[in-house]
Design a protein around this ligand. Structure first.
Ligand code: NAD
Length: 520
């Protein structure tokens, strides 16, 4: 079955047709149990269409196809350069259809068409091209141990890899997995989020158009506890690459450990800090701080929901920051209106979750400076929300909200005073715990942002932060966009994950190394 969506908007006009079945072995098939998933438009709460929902029987079929491909046509049966050309071809086709794909992403996620194109699709195309280039550059070493003995190493694909991705950047998160998985010669079973399956379904047709052998990439929309769990448990899947919440990450790790002990990499949640020292360029910093939390309506794993501002600029920052939040509120609306800068949360569940956090902040005694309520009567819109007067133990300061909600906190110093006067009473020590301790005082460690014109302080603070990525020292004066540097590894410290996406480092996540020993 197919579904055609007719777009007649200011930013995109045209019909987009996609198959709504399961993509297994290069073909569209119906799910064995006949399950379906309703896909919702978050700006209205109405059903767009329904698509097939996979269950464990479908995962079995997909794994069988993938295993066959990995042994007969793909993996070490196809030269790396040829694999790379297919991945490049796929990137070219995605570029060709980027407006269609951006429109689907905007429709299904609620992000603006312009963001979908500028951030998501750009990221997808760039990631695939980056990894396409690696496909013929994966090789081992020779190691001579004595003049009578040598060994060589091989970086071999796992065979079948399961990729489970979330709804916030649906196609981009898929590309972060597919790029390195395919470049290293693995065959893939990809499960998009049940909330946002549309772009992955459109991608499937492009996989065939690019000319991949059947079974190399299988795409199965399905619910997490059904299709996702079946992937995590499957005995013939040797590696699972997951992006999503920490709670689901734990379930996948457990399932893997209790079945075939598959290799698991996890990109999980975050509670990222933005730290602004009083020497930073305030106008630049304001824009970055607002982008850090409000981009994608706060539905970003690196959303910087804790903003620490040095005391002498705190009041000034706050006034201007609230004005930026107001500006976003004034530009809330349809993702297809070119003036829109703020859209809805992705689903009713996420809307309820974010409103729950806003209410918990209010109940805990934090002050709402702006926002703190829904926007309009239809859809899942939440106003950009800024809290002050928080304490570090409040839920809004500890838990991932995944919405347009942040707290602004005043600090005095980088650190040091805590140590220097530590012989004072315990109360004074607590009072003087300063920004580094505060920034690191969460279970997560995904991203962090530091703004200062002082280079040594920028480096000192970046090194002391417990985070997998640190961005945007303003002294560089460059446009340092988050997470789109394809050559730089991305991933979490602490409970933000295991392993890395992107960069050369990602190749190691999709290969296993063999040492072959030879007596000469
Ligand atoms: P989620 O964990 O609910 O779902 C993610 C995926 O896991 C979906 O495809 C879902 O169907 C699947 N899933 C759910 N239960 C499963 C199970 N028992 N077994 C196997 N698969 C299962 O997360 P979400 O709500 O889709 O996404 C939001 C989360 O993703 C946030 O916590 C966010 O921080 C995180 N995220 C992290 C990164 C990163 O790179 N670190 C990037 C984007 C999003």
């Amino acid at each position: 079955t197919t579904y055609t969506h007719h777009f007649d908007t200011a930013t995109f006009k045209g019909d987009v047709t996609l198959n709504t079945g399961l993509f297994i072995n290069g073909q569209w098939v119906d799910p064995v149990e006949g399950g379906t998933i309703d896909v919702i438009d978050p700006t209205t709460g109405k059903v767009i269409t329904s698509v097939a929902g996979a269950t464990s029987g479908d995962v079995d079929r997909a794994v069988e196809a993938a295993e066959k491909a990995s042994k007969t046509t793909w993996g070490l049966k196809m030269p790396g350069g040829q694999r790379g050309r297919l991945i490049s071809k796929l990137a070219d086709l995605i570029e060709k259809y980027q407006d269609e794909l951006s429109a689907l992403e905007a429709l299904n996620v609620g992000k603006t068409f312009n963001d979908a194109k500028g951030l998501d699709l750009n990221g997808v195309i760039g990631t695939l091209r980056y990894f396409a280039g690696w496909a013929d550059k994966i090789h081992g070493k020779t190691i001579e141990t004595t003049d009578k003995k040598m060994a060589y190493t091989r970086h071999e694909p796992f065979g079948v890899v399961g990729c489970i991705v979330p709804w916030n950047f649906p196609l981009m998160m898929a590309a972060w997995k597919l790029g390195p998985a395919l470049a290293t010669g693995n065959a893939v079973v990809l499960k998009p989020s049940e909330i946002t399956p549309l772009t992955a379904l459109r991608l499937a047709d492009l996989v065939n158009e690019a000319g991949f052998p059947p079974g190399v990439l299988n795409i199965l929309p399905g619910y997490g506890p059904k299709a996702g769990q079946a992937i995590a448990e499957h005995p013939k899947i040797r590696k699972v690459a997951f992006t999503g919440s920490t709670l689901t990450g734990r379930k996948i790790l457990k399932a893997a450990s209790e079945t075939n002990l598959k290799v698991v990499t996890l990109e999980l949640g975050g509670k990222s800090p933005t730290i602004i020292f009083d020497d930073a360029d305030l106008d630049q910093t304001l824009k970055w701080a607002a982008g850090g939390i409000f981009t994608n309506m706060g539905q970003s794993c690196v959303a910087a929901s804790r903003i620490f501002v040095q005391e002498s600029i705190y009041q000034n920052f706050l006034e201007k920051f609230v004005a930026l939040a107001q500006n976003l509120t004034d530009h809330t609306g349809s993702p297809f209106d070119p003036k829109t800068r703020h859209g809805p949360q992705v689903s009713q569940t996420q809307f309820d979750r974010v409103m729950g956090f806003i209410n918990s902040g209010k109940q805990d005694g934090a002050k709402v400076l702006i926002g703190g309520e829904r926007h309009g009567q239809e859809g899942y819109f939440v106003k950009p929300t800024v809290f002050t007067d928080v304490n570090p133990k409040m839920s809004i300061m500890q838990d991932e909200i995944f919405g347009p909600v942040c707290s602004v906190v005043k600090f005095k110093t980088e650190e040091g005073e805590f140590i220097r006067i530590s012989w004072f009473s315990a109360m004074i020590n607590r009072f003087l715990i300063e920004v580094l301790e505060l920034a690191n005082d969460v279970a997560y460690g995904l991203g962090a942002n530091v703004f200062t014109e002082n280079a040594s302080r920028a480096i000192r603070v970046s090194n002391a932060l417990e985070a997998g990525s640190v961005w945007r020292f303003s002294f560089y004066k460059i446009n340092c966009a988050q997470a789109t540097e394809f050559c730089v590894p991305f991933g979490g410290y602490k409970q933000s994950g295991i392993g890395r996406d992107l960069g050369q480092y990602a190749l190691d996540m999709y290969t296993q190394v063999k040492g072959v020993h030879i007596n000469i």
